[in-house]
Design a protein. Sequence first.
Lengths: 475, 127, 438
Amino acid sequence: MKLIFERGTEGQHLSLMPACEVPEVKLRQTREQPLPLPHISENELTRHYTELSMQVHGINNGFYPLGSCTMKYNPKINEDMASLPGFSAIHPLQPESTVQGCLEVLCRAEKYLCAITGMDAVTFQPAAGAHGEFTGMMLIKAYLRDRGDTARTKIIVPDSAHGTNPASAVMAGFTVINIRSCADGGVDLEALREAVGPDTAGLMLTNPNTLGIFDRNILEITRIVHEAGGLCYYDGANLNAVAGIVRPGDMGFDVVHLNLHKTFSTPHGGGGPGSGPVGCKAPLRCFLPGPAAAEKNGKYLLVMPEKSIGRVKSFNGNFLVVVKALTYILTLGRKGIPEASENAVLHANYMMSRLKGTYDIPYGPFCMHEFVMSLEELHRRTGVSALDIAKGMLDSGMHPPTMYFPSIVHEALLVEPTETESKETIDDAAELFLRLFNLAQTNPGLLHDAPVSTPVRRLDEVGAARNPVLRYEND
Amino acid sequence: MNIPEGLKYSKTHEWVKMLDAASCLVGITDFAQSELGDLVFINLPQTGDEAVMGETFCDVESVKAVSDVISPVTGTVSEVNEELLDSPQKLNEDAYGAWIAKIENITGTEELMDASAYEAFLQTEEA
Amino acid sequence: MGTYVPTTTAERKQMLDAIGVKSIGELYAGVPEGLHIGNNLDLPEGLSELEVRAAVTAAADKNKVFRTILRGAGAYNHFIPAAVRSITSREEFVTAYTPYQAEINQGILQSIFEFQTMICMLTGMDTANASVYDGASAAAESVTMCRERKRVKAYISACANPQVIQTVKTYCFGSDTELILVPEKDGKTDAVALASMLGEDAACFYLQQPNYYGQMEDASEIGEIVHAAGAKFVMGVNPIACAVMKTPFECGADIAVGEGQPLGLNLAYGGPYLGFMACVKPMMRRLPGRIVGQTADVCGARGYVLTLTAREQHIRREKASSNICSNQAHCAFTAGVYMAAMGEAGLKEAAGLCISKAHYLAGQMEKELGWKLKYGGEFFHEFVAECPCPDEVLQALEGNGILGGLPVEGGILWCVTEVVPKAELDRTIDIIREVVLP
């Protein structure tokens, strides 16, 4: 495919700007560096992006069983609502009386997310899950500082955690203690008891965990941490297994973050924008970022929490993403939210049952919304790795599951079908996995070479990192 | 597996070439580079840094991982091999030629093995 | 109840049979009994699409859509070409995910590579990342890029957008970095104060260009002061202004960041927006977040991959310099399409119209209303004009469908972009004249 800089001819342009009706004024000092943006006609411009769109694989194209990402269907009504001028044309600094609808969206979304999570307040400022984790860590830091508790500097994180967890803790100024998981995938209670102490600020946990297992000791886990004086943070990445069925607040968590682009169906856009709202129990609400939307005597307004940690971002967070999530919650409602979770768990267990006899599935007997397979044994016997199987799937036009995560499982493939896939799709996917398993025994070379039918073959990642070329240079 | 005589080896797969009683060159062994895979970058220490034996003093990156390089001695980093910034592949291609840092004013050394002891150690590791 | 679950009752039974259980409830056996909330989920009943549309539209209708917007202060009402709206709403780009499987996502990867290139072209810098959440968090991340062992203090101009200052402050609270405000003088950064404040422990100084009051700062001179102290020079720039002003690269910046919303993104009540980050070559590996690089496949064909990934949190975990995982991909994509559609000529025209129209309004305010500019320096498309009665003025404008400037200390911060016709600027003056000179 040509780069856009390789298209067009000098002198081509779109007809966009009118002539200047007022006296022309220029800056005294102007740029001397050239600005070699494309010279291109509108026709060629649209063709360029059409060509790019044909080499994109989204949920609209097919099954996307990426574990830990919850690639569910993105409802079109969400997009429609977010593009209403009454939302998209609103300046973030308009007077409160002119944005009552926006503030209502934020307040209602807060109310519904509190009901789902068992929290007392929610902020929508964080722009993504990791951003929410940082915010949540900062809430804990502010809470402890406010009580003069400066000795609590450590955050406990299980070894199965997503990399953003320890990174977020460190960004907030904590040090991280990693604790091992036990053979059944849950938190090792012994290790946890050894790790807590007077320097414990808190624990970060996702439940179900990154192996797709609901930790049955969850109440004991949060009790141990609370008794030691720490707080409990819930990484909401896996909420799709339990939304509307179990509340993190009831599990003993004090702070949670949600991923609206996972559990609440907002589209991923190629890697963003998402939204990572953070909820907390009452004792922490005064530290929330602000200003925040609130309701008083039937009117909506913006209020700064008294001991707010300040801002983690400008304005009010990824507002249009919240509109999409609110639309989704209103659509599903009281019965639809748990129905989605139940079917996510059903579909994952069904897919797992189809693959169990063939692939190595180290945790069970049931999973939640996702399950992990280990291809370590297959790799040992045939030389075919998780990467090879994944690339083999590409040749059949199917997006592979998440590879090599969580790192505590060797040659891992983490599979999350979600509730919006049909049985037929799941069956097709299962059949493909089984076919590839056989291919690994009979013709491993084919898989080492895969993919062969995609627009490009395997790419030299080593070369890309050793000699980074991060932009186009016009000669 | 290449294990030259005349060098000393640590349990964490670094090699040490003593230049005199109080200075040495440090690098990673052939075993280390083959375990790590294609290396794409090295975060070199800075001259003037204090290296402490048993502690990380720099790290190396492959495409999908980062690995700590542990200092086998306590001393001061007096020179670093800047060539490796542009050509990290030298760590893979010539592990014993691709020195990482020169450390001077050595005040402490870890327990290091000679070539045959390291070879035996590798065999127990692989078992 | 609305649902997106396609599985029929019969299919559910087949699945349960295959799994070997009688009900979905059995699959939740690992959940302690007392945690099931049963029927106690406090949400309204679900709705059909028809009803949802009505409910959400009702909320949208409670907001006032202004026909003319004369307010900026960090969010700008620029013209968005139809081609940009059309291209970016293609479902492929909306529903795509992070291009971890590069072979089937060359479209996304190439679009990011193009975006990175265009940001470099706009700012004049060597390297850019795939974007971060917004300009404010980009500013905060740039401070982390500059911190060294002995250089632990961050400095920021008091003339930067207050929300940027607040965000940087919050991030600094996290990393226990001292953040020091360099004072304002006559609407610009006090360069003399800056020189006296920077010491050997200064990591960086952040300057906004144009600044919060719309004023053009003496960026090159300030850059020299910052480098003389051995610190890094970070500029937060308006991307439309970059098309015509001296670039951050030309001013000696080590890092250029900014809010990319003006590049084709809706005002959207504040989000999603777009943080861009670019830097000089030596600092490349300090950039946080995703970066796309060019490479070749096994047959030698050109392709693109996410690269330099060993910087990031999923590999470095607690040793990562930033926790950022995602980028604002669709927003960055939109900005790329916008920059391609506008081209050099279009951006320069838009910038020129902004400057000219803003100066026209400022001139008319002085001539027709007797309102003086608060600051005498050169300005881009925003300016602070004194105002005897801001509330009444803004009220009157609001009643006429015009969002006036932002009330600030000493007056009102006005902004004029290329979309406002001269006739509307004249009408604004007329409306205000009725209020202040009856």
